[in-house]
Design a protein around this ligand. Structure first.
Ligand SMILES: CCC/C=C/C(=O)SCCNC(=O)CCNC(=O)[C@H](O)C(C)(C)COP(=O)([O-])OP(=O)([O-])OC[C@H]1O[C@@H](n2cnc3c(N)ncnc32)[C@H](O)[C@@H]1OP(=O)([O-])[O-]
Ligand SMILES: Cc1cc2nc3c(=O)[nH]c(=O)nc-3n(C[C@H](O)[C@H](O)[C@H](O)COP(=O)(O)OP(=O)(O)OC[C@H]3O[C@@H](n4cnc5c(N)ncnc54)[C@H](O)[C@@H]3O)c2cc1C
Length: 659
């Protein structure tokens, strides 16, 4: 039973649920990963849903100030509950997820703590982490500047070592060097990991991380030399406006030398720069960590939107039989299915590839601990590429779900506008998606160039080693078609770049094609990981069959959508393309009776979904009607402003008509 629906009196979706051909409880386990994962998520979701402090149905009606205060209140209350109930790290993180309101704690736990863990020495970790763990300090991640975000090497903030005092002087030399965007910086954080150019002995050693205190721990006022503020309102109502994305300027602010994060490189007491024997890209480790978690978040956001759209499509009826019989559920329209079911399949696909990516990340981290850097490039390519492809697809899908819900999808009470507004910046933060895909493309080009030297590609690039076969064969098997498409697109790009006067120029000219080659490579990974998942032993009546269906939907839909690539590279014939489309229609018919149960398997509470259209009990119309009356505009029958602006107008019209 989904968590807060036990009391639902009428289940308007009961017939849909009864029609499902698989065990929903077992599917919940397949989705969450284990029985334990289902149980703990269930408990945390229930805890949040039943606590009035975590109410969020009025969020889009709050002013920015009230919304921010509400966020502070929720964060403090969540922390109180975490301490009182002695929640584990896993439980606490789920509780924060279900509170579902972007706020400074996301950056504190999600970036500040990981940056210190990844880039701080053991000594620095011992000093700073206990303070952060107990919330005696609040931290954020201050990298992006007004003038530069994507180009990290172009950042301008300086950290100049002063050997006289054994301190770094942090300074913002220009307006464009102002830190701009960091979440939690504007109003909440007391500390930040600040990225700045390290200058010592007159030499610029590039970007490094520093722990800098920004606000007094006594009264929260900015420390001398520090200018701080919020950067202003953002897209949509409610949504990401709960976050205090901030601006920060330094005027020669001094910090002790030991606040430079010194795991990757050090500055000695005398001011000598010492590079450790670790790759300098580890400076970007926090971003890699967050990118992998963003892939898991994509499946959460997408599954929420799909859950709303599927349930509502089963309730909503339009048109019907000619003889006045019942109208048709819009979920029965073939067009609705062909728009919605690929999104349902994508939610599952992203979930499983997210799990795999988490495994890859953990594996790389363990290897790094024993100084094995061999999989660093693979981790970068997979996190960057999957982050880009899954967030772009999810942002588009949320908007598609809004349209699938017709007019009511445009109401705030559908939950979809806010979900979209909160979600879309994921295409930009933690690396603009185009910039990240170009990173993948660079690695693809490097791999192609090494093929002739006999170097065998490994990991997710291993298929490129089958170059002779994949360049020539006609592909009968689905994965092979995806492999051939990705490889041939990459090889085409490499050949075209090879004809340019130099590599950089060629890469620049061919970058639109390179983006598409990178997408093809990443889609191959998603399809492969879904197939690997369905080949596992998956218990529960009908569960494996449903996942197999969804896997086929994802693969064939992707193939259909990018048929141009497959045909242009000769990876498929037009006849195979047409057959794939035929097959897709049949698969949708198999998904149809299971659709509602497949979204029930996400096990979301009505509180977390935050949507009158996606209610578990399907009792949509009374809820929509009731919700409308809660709008502040309906507090008075005659609107404020009537006497000033409507009455005189109407009176004037009355006078004119009497003339
Ligand atoms: C949740 C909401 C909160 C949001 C928070 C934020 O947004 S926070 C702000 C988020 N901000 C952003 O996300 C900013 C996005 N921008 C960036 O991440 C970087 O500027 C860049 C990667 C685009 C270029 O960097 P660059 O000019 O320094 O480098 P380059 O291109 O010249 O490549 C040199 C080599 O490094 C390799 N390599 C690169 N990255 C990694 C890695 N992570 N790991 C391992 N390796 C990596 C690359 O493959 C290449 O290898 P090769 O060929 O030499 O063997
Ligand atoms: C909601 C939100 C929260 C954020 N939180 C944080 C935070 O906590 N801490 C932090 O430090 N930062 C944060 N950021 C900043 C974020 O990381 C950057 O905005 C992001 O990295 C993109 O950089 P940019 O803004 O410089 O975009 P730009 O690089 O200026 O992008 C503008 C356009 O240029 C294109 N472009 C750029 N470079 C290239 C290229 N080489 N080739 C082709 N096209 C290119 C892009 O594709 C895009 O279309 C946040 C941003 C947002 C929106």
């Amino acid at each position: 039973m989904a968590v807060d629906h036990a009391a639902a009196e009428v289940d308007h979706l009961a017939a849909e649920r009864a029609a499902a051909r698989f065990d929903v409880e077992a599917m919940k386990i397949a989705w969450a990963g284990s029985r334990h994962a289902v149980d703990v998520a269930d408990r945390m979701a229930r805890l949040v849903a039943s606590d009035p402090v975590f109410r969020k149905d009025n969020r889009t009606m709050l002013s920015r100030k009230d919304l921010f205060k509400d966020t502070l209140r929720k964060a403090a209350h969540a922390w109180k509950r975490i301490v009182e109930l002695r929640l584990t790290e896993e439980e606490a993180s789920l509780l924060r997820q279900y509170v579902d309101q972007p706020g400074y704690v996301d950056l504190h736990w999600g970036m500040f703590v990981p940056a210190i863990k990844g880039q701080g020495t053991e000594e620095q970790q011992k000093k700073w982490l206990p303070l952060a763990y107990k919330f005696q300090i609040i931290g954020c991640y201050a990298q992006t500047e007004l003038g530069h975000g994507s180009n990290v090497q172009g950042l301008e903030t300086t950290a100049t070592f002063d050997p006289m005092t054994d301190e770094f002087v942090i300074h913002s030399p220009t307006l464009t060097s102002s830190k701009w965007w960091p979440g939690g910086l504007g109003k909440a954080s007391t500390h930040a990991v600040v990225y700045a150019r390290l200058i010592t002995e007159g030499k610029d050693y590039g970007i490094h991380g520093f722990i800098v205190q920004l606000r007094s721990l006594e009264d929260h006022s900015p420390l001398p030399g520090v200018t701080l503020g919020d950067i202003g309102g953002k897209f949509g109502s409610g949504a990401y406006n709960s976050m205090d994305n901030g601006v920060l300027r330094f005027d020669h602010v001094r910090i002790p030398r030991d606040q430079m994060l010194m795991r990757l490189s050090q500055v000695t007491r005398e001011g000598k720069y010492v590079q450790s024997d670790v790759p300098k890209q580890l400076l970007y480790g926090t971003m890699v960590y967050v990118r992998q978690s963003i892939v898991a978040d994509a499946s959460k956001a997408l599954s929420r939107a799909v859950c709303i759209a599927v349930r509502y499509s089963a309730i909503r009826k339009q048109f019907g039989s000619q003889d006045g019989g019942p109208e048709t559920q819009v979920l029965n329209y073939r067009t609705q299915q062909s728009r919605l079911f690929p999104l349902l399949a994508s939610a599952y696909a992203f979930r499983f590839v997210g799990d795999w990516l988490n495994w890859l990340y953990t594996d790389v981290t363990q290897k790094l601990e024993v100084k094995d850097y061999s999989t660093l490039q693979e981790a970068h390519a997979c996190t960057a590429g999957l982050k880009a492809v899954t967030t772009s697809a999810t942002a588009d899908a949320i908007e598609e779900c809004r349209k699938l819900c017709g007019g009511h999808g445009y109401l705030n009470s559908s939950g979809l506008p806010e979900l979209f507004a909160v979600y879309v910046p994921a295409c930009t933060y933690e690396g603009d998606n185009v910039v990240l895909l170009l990173q993948v493309a660079r690695i693809l080009m490097k791999t192609v160039s090494q093929l002739t030297s006999g170097k065998q590609p490994v990991g997710t690039m291993a298929y490129m080693g089958k170059v002779q076969h994949l360049m020539q064969s006609k592909c009968a098997v689905k994965t092979e078609a995806f492999e051939a498409r990705a490889l041939r697109m990459a090889v085409n790009c490499a050949q075209n770049i090879g004809q340019a006067s130099n590599q950089e120029e060629g890469f620049y000219e061919r970058s639109p094609d390179l983006l598409e080659a990178a997408v093809a490579h990443i889609q191959l990974i998603i399809v492969t990981k879904f197939i690997e998942k369905v080949h596992q032993d998956i218990p529960g009546h009908g569960v494996k069959e449903q996942l197999q269906n969804l896997c086929n939907v994802y693969a064939l839909y992707t193939l259909h959508k990018h048929l141009g690539d497959f045909l242009a590279t000769g990876s498929l014939t037009p006849k195979q393309g047409a057959l794939a489309n035929e097959q897709l229609g049949k698969l949708y018919a198999q998904v149809r009776p299971n659709a509602v149960a497949l979204v029930d398997a996400f096990n979301y509470t009505d509180h977390y979904l935050g949507s009158v259209l996606g209610r578990y009990d399907g009792n949509v119309y009374p809820a929509l009607y009731e919700e409308a009356w809660k709008d502040p505009l309906n507090e008075t029958v005659v609107p404020e402003g009537y006497h000033e602006y409507l009455r005189p107008l109407l009176k004037q019209q009355l006078k004119l008509s009497r003339l």
